[in-house]
Ligand binder design. Structure first.
Ligand code: CDT
Length: 342
């Protein structure tokens, strides 16, 4: 018997700065109704789904940005999502800006069971951009100003997804570009990775040209590689279209454990894409080429956790290095890498 689950990505078109949460929530409830009609069991909404992508707007005083954050979940504004989940018997994934009772700010995602209970929470680890106003940029990307680095790691939980149980993990937007994030979840046997994103169509750093078509390519490349190398499904849901003159590229996808795109959004608007996913597909990669227990070599990967930035490699010079020097060089490389031999 296949372990079938029907997954949906609910892409959102633009949300303008002046629009309140009730506009976004109304559109999201409508997408949940579509999802129900199309047999979906989980709906994945984008990162920061309730508002415009506010980290593009600079506020000198952090408190002036407080209105972008949720201090309770659910809240009167988000309650209609929880009601729709109950009514349609659908789980949902929601990205939002979280302000804790202690005043800490995170870029957060949750998975909500149809009963309304929160099954899993994740706080974004890889925060792109910068903390101070950057005059070089065409558009600001102030995630490092508005959020702390997430403090929950990359958790995976086994939970009901429709009629099945599945190992579910969450990541947020930029995390997809970091293989470490995928592998930490792969090591927890994740079967479905859910991820929302807001990615500008153009590189806004103003420090060299990046061909426009590569923006979507790099996004899909990262998700397809992450899903393949960790033998899992991935649902990647975008905010799309032009928010107050700033374009986000959309192209939401659902990807299978072979790294193939099963469904892709074609608009830059509210759009639901759905795929029937057999979770048993995760077993092939996991028991063969990516059988971690058989093939991983963590003793050779210590640099990954012991070093943050890259370092220049040792230099080889023509004329060769004498045997003793070679040995010393090798020993230094091994010491730097922190690798234990034998
Ligand atoms: N939201 C988010 O993480 N966006 C980034 C854009 C980075 S541009 C500073 C992304 O990786 O898609």
């Amino acid at each position: 018997m296949p372990r079938l689950v029907t997954l949906a990505a609910a892409q959102l078109g633009p949300i303008q700065k002046a629009e309140g949460r009730e506009v976004a929530v109304g559109r999201m409830v409508r997408l949940m109704e579509f999802a129900h009609r199309r047999g979906a069991e989980v709906v994945v909404f984008p990162e920061l789904a309730l508002t415009t992508f506010f980290p593009r707007w600079y506020h000198e005083d952090l408190a002036a940005a407080d209105h972008w954050y949720e201090t309770a979940m659910p809240s009167p504004a988000t309650a209609p999502l929880f009601e729709a989940a109950r009514k349609y018997g659908i789980a949902f994934h929601l990205g939002y800006a979280e302000k804790t009772p202690e005043g800490r700010r995170f870029n957060t995602a949750i998975l909500v069971h149809p009963s309304g209970e929160i099954v899993l929470k994740y706080r974004k680890v890889h925060l792109p951009g910068h903390a101070e106003y950057d005059p070089r940029r065409r558009v600001q990307h102030l995630e490092k100003r508005y959020f702390e680095v997430g403090d929950l790691g990359f958790p995976v939980v086994r939970a009901p997804v429709g009629a099945q149980e599945a190992n579910v993990g969450l990541m947020i937007c930029n995390d997809r570009r970091w293989p470490e994030a995928w592998r930490v979840m792969g090591l927890q046997q994740v079967e479905i990775v859910m991820r929302g994103y807001n990615t500008p169509s153009l590189n806004m750093e103003n420090r060299g040209f990046e061909a426009h078509h590569l923006r979507v390519f790099h996004s899909h490349l990262s998700v397809q590689a992450g899903a393949y190398q960790n033998a899992c499904f991935a649902v990647a849901t975008a905010k799309a279209g032009t928010e107050d003159g700033h374009e986000l590229f959309g192209h939401s996808v659902i990807v299978n454990p072979q790294g193939e795109i099963m469904a892709q959004a074609t608009s830059w608007d509210d759009e639901l894409i759905v795929a029937d996913c057999d979770l048993d597909m995760c077993a092939l990669g996991r028991s063969t080429i990516f059988d971690f227990a058989c093939h991983r070599r963590p003793e050779a990967y210590r640099r990954i956790t012991e070093q943050t930035g890259s370092v220049a490699p040792p230099v080889w010079r023509p004329g060769g290095v004498r045997a003793a020097e070679q040995e010393a060089l090798f020993a230094r490389v091994i010491r730097t890498a922190g690798v234990r031999l034998g």
